[in-house]
Write a new protein. Structure first.
Lengths: 324, 192
């Protein structure tokens, strides 16, 4: 780890005005610093900022402070009641110890677990060292992207929480030197394109202050399904956040987001619109899965993910349907 | 391609979150001096002031600076749980957090669980049910299990205990007895 200075921010304005990297839970950043993958020279500890609350807003949305711990979110009564797909997703990620440190904002800033990014022994990684190439493309790419990748990077975003937030169409509130703005969840993370070193569309110095979950419209059946190499404490090979609203035996609204398959949570509006007005059931779910996976491109070791994702979508929707 | 990146891009990277490679691009003089500073920690109800650099993890502060070696270093990357301690009653991986971030908080390690000669019920249960073989993961397992008790879970099944203890790896495979030990205390006490 290279030497760095440490500053504890006492106010939001103090944090966003200072040069350096923000540290919250640190569960990913500290790890990457130990590996020398991240080398901040100034660290700004934001843990004492008043951003931990989870509160209902007058319009019925739920505001999650950027510093709310993953475990506090998963245990929050309103969140559990109104957004069960998010509680399920959070509890599917990491371990209890990590969820006690990890924050909502930090979860969104998590970096890929691509082996070639994480291990400096590999010289090629456009995300870690732009312009060096992508070792994963012709390497062991079993965990890598099948959607939205580029010739420059085939890494996936590792978060479970973000997949559920994408399905819920959350809004990320940020504050920076230029003021405050609200970022639609779909626009928060980005595809790698030719600049995979950028995971998000945040501007320099911007700090996530909170995440808003929109008001719940009618009873929703939901399920977060995570498929992984072991039953607990592992990253997703494929995950699905599925939400269904069923009125009089017909699907009134559907949401689907995939994790583990792309540089950001993957949604295809056409796949969701297709389900609207259909009878719930395997036939419709299979077609929605096909639409969601359209354009999938596989590499030498990850072709299995396409069929796995399709089956996971059908299963997640089937389980969601069975809930009330 | 790296050479062609305008400097503004490098700066933006620094801010945005992929700081990778920045140190190599900055002139030497721009590198921060890492300075030792006094860090005051409350551990097992005792105040300790250490003169340490900000990059010292809580785990290393305990083991290397305070000689409190009950907390173990396994993977040092948050994957094994051997370093589990309690902060304000909540279990965390002490290897993935810097000591300086925890001033003013109540840190409890395996050394702080017993009451004098009276073992904590979880310690006693691990002995009674033989919840270990080599013992290296045990302090982390026990701190994690105490943290689990504090979380107020209702009516846990064996499977749920396994899931809630999945952040602690036991290389010897003592899991059946670990689950039995955790269950015995959980059943006695119920959710806290």
């Amino acid at each position: 780890m290279i030497p760095f200075t440490y500053k504890r921010a006492g106010a939001i304005e103090e944090a966003i005005g200072a040069p350096g990297r923000f540290i919250a839970g640190g569960t990913n950043l500290v790890d990457l610093m130990k590996y020398g993958v991240e080398n901040p020279v100034h660290l700004i500890d934001i843990n004492r900022l008043p951003l931990s609350a989870i509160e209902s807003l007058p319009d019925g949305s739920l505001r999650i402070g950027a510093l709310a711990r993953n475990s506090d979110m998963a245990n929050h009564p309103v969140l559990k009641q109104n957004y069960p797909v998010l509680a399920e997703a959070i509890l599917a990620g990491a371990s209890p110890q990590l969820r006690n440190l990890a924050t909502a904002g930090g979860n969104l800033m998590q970096r890929t677990r691509c082996y070639y990014f994480y291990d400096k022994g590999f010289s090629q990684c456009n995300k870690r060292a732009p312009g060096t190439g992508c070792a994963a493309r012709d390497g062991y790419n079993r965990i890598h992207a099948i959607l939205g990748a580029s010739e420059h990077c085939i890494a996936t975003h590792p978060s479970d929480m973000a997949v559920a937030m994408a399905a819920l169409e959350a809004v990320v509130n940020v504050q920076g030197p230029q003021g405050k703005r609200r970022i639609a969840f779909a626009d928060f993370h980005r595809l790698p394109g030719s600049t995979p070193q950028f995971d998000t569309n945040l501007h320099p110095g911007e700090l996530i202050t909170s995440i808003d979950l929109p008001p719940v419209v009618g009873p929703t059946r939901a399920h977060y399904l995570k498929v992984r190499d072991r039953r607990s404490y592992a990253f997703a090979l494929v995950s699905v956040a599925a939400m269904l609203r069923i009125d009089n035996g017909t699907i009134a609204d559907a949401r689907l987001a995939l994790g583990g398959v792309a540089h950001k949570p993957w949604r295809v509006p056409g796949a969701e619109h297709f389900l609207t007005g259909k009878q719930p059931g395997e036939a419709a779910y299979k077609e929605a899965a096909n639409l969601l996976l359209a354009g999938a491109h596989t590499y030498s070791h990850n072709a299995f993910k396409v069929e796995m994702a399709k089956r996971a979508v059908v299963r997640a929707l089937t389980v969601a349907e069975s809930r009330s | 391609m790296q050479k062609d990146l305008p400097f503004t891009e490098v700066t933006r990277r620094d801010f945005v979150g992929s700081v990778v490679g920045v140190a190599a691009l900055l002139p030497e003089a721009a590198l921060a001096e890492s300075k030792q500073s006094p860090v005051t920690l409350k551990i097992n109800n005792q105040i300790h002031t250490l003169n340490i650099e900000p990059g010292v993890t809580l785990l290393d502060a305990l083991r290397e600076y305070l000689q409190m070696t009950g907390t173990k270093k396994g993977c040092d990357h948050g994957q094994c749980g051997a370093c589990t301690v309690l902060i304000d009653g909540r279990r965390v991986n002490s290897c993935l957090t810097f000591a300086i971030m925890h001033e003013g908080e109540e840190i409890t390690t395996i050394e702080g669980l017993a009451n004098g000669d009276q073992l904590h019920p979880m310690q006693a249960a691990f002995l009674q049910h033989d919840g270990f073989q080599c013992g290296y993961c045990t302090p982390g397992q026990i701190c994690s299990a105490v943290g689990l008790l504090n979380e107020g879970h209702q009516n846990l099944s064996d499977d749920e205990i396994r899931e809630l203890m999945s952040g602690n790896i036991c290389r010897c495979g003592a899991y059946p007895n670990i689950v039995t030990a955790v269950k015995s205390v959980y059943r006695q006490r119920g959710p806290a």
